[in-house]
Structures are given as C-alpha cells and as structure tokens.
Design a protein. Sequence first.
Length: 237
Amino acid sequence: MDFLQFLETERGNSPRTRNTRLVAIKSFMRFMEHRTPSILEQSRRILAIPAKRTDTRLINYLSLEEMQAVLNAPDLKCRYGIRDRAMLHLCFTAGLRVSELVQLPLNAVEWYPLPNVRIHGIGRRERLLPLWKQTTSDLRAWIAVRGQPATAELFINAHDEPMTRSGFEYILAKHVEVAAEKCPSLKQKRISPHVLRHTAAMVVLQATGDIRKVSLWLGHTDIQTTEYTNDRGISSR
C-alpha cells in the first residue's frame, strides 16, 4: 500500500498506472502461492487490495469524411503512395492491429472465388474477411508495383524489407498531416493506427447493429472486450 501511495504522490503517476502496477503485483503473488504456500495469508491480503476508480475515456474514431481524407492523402503517381494507400485502406476496412498488418504475408490475400484476406490474430485465432471493392483495387495496384523482393510480407519499406510498426505509424502521421489541410477536424484528434481499428468497428456496428459481428470482424478473443469498447462510446457516437 505504501508503494501504491508512493506511485501517485511522489512519482506523479495516474490512478490508471497505479492499477496497472497492482495487477502485476497480484499476478506475481498468484504465481508465488503455488511455490511458497507459507505466504498464502499475505498473498490473500494483497489480492484483496481494490483498484482505484478511473475515468473512462471515450473511444476515438474517425468519421467517414475524415477517413476518406486520410485515404486520399497518398500520391498515387508514385510507388510508395500506392503502397501507403493500400496499407491504410486495408488497416481500416479489415480493422487490423498494427502487428497483423505489418506481418501479413503476400499469400494472405486470396482473389478467388471472391477477394478476401486471411488474418492470423492474437491467440492463433484466424479470421477470413471479405475485401471491399476499393480495397481490392488498391491492393491489386500495390501488388502490381511491389516487385518480387525476398521477404514474404505483403508490405515492404524502401529497402525491400518488411514494414515495421514504427514505419507504419510514421506513414499514417505523415498522411494525416496532409489530410488535415483539407479536413480541419483531423487537427483536433490524436490519430494512431488503433484509431483506424476503432473506425472499422464503428462502420461494422452501424451496418449490422450486431456487436457479435463486430467482435468477429476485429478478431476479439472475448466478446466482453467488444462490449467494453462499445460501452466507452462507439454505439452512442
């Protein structure tokens, strides 16, 4: 308890950070219980420490107008503009995590009988998602100029190496800055790759009205994760 108090009063950490540290401590104590039974009473007392209540922030996502402005930002007259447009469009429409996007192999895109993409997500969960018509066009355009580098990943950088998380974050930030000149509302938002995933969730929810379909589309391991996200503002906004 002194340590938790120290985090907030002396280190200036937020209650959210304090709760994260407490979760780690509780996890360690559960681990130790099975190896040192003599600490069971002390462990039970630690496990009983409650988390502090924190403010729940609303989910940040883009309107379709804002999303389209970002998609229109890349210069399609150059090879990397074609790549960037394809990456942004796929990340958005498939609701991909950054790790899923940058690790996606070339053979994950299947064209027949209908265009779709096969995603291997967290916990080895696999999902097969249909590709939107414009996303299909953007991916075809990228593959046509991608060439045949040694790497198996679909998206590559200027050195013909797999795209990295930081590389995609840089590309997104660059195009958001360009898009904000034509769509000023983007200047008021902090846009990370995960915001594109939230935007996909919003689109699927509005189209289907079914939280279970949102969960399947995003590849959540537990529908409660989707419901928690929904409670933080998706359905009401």
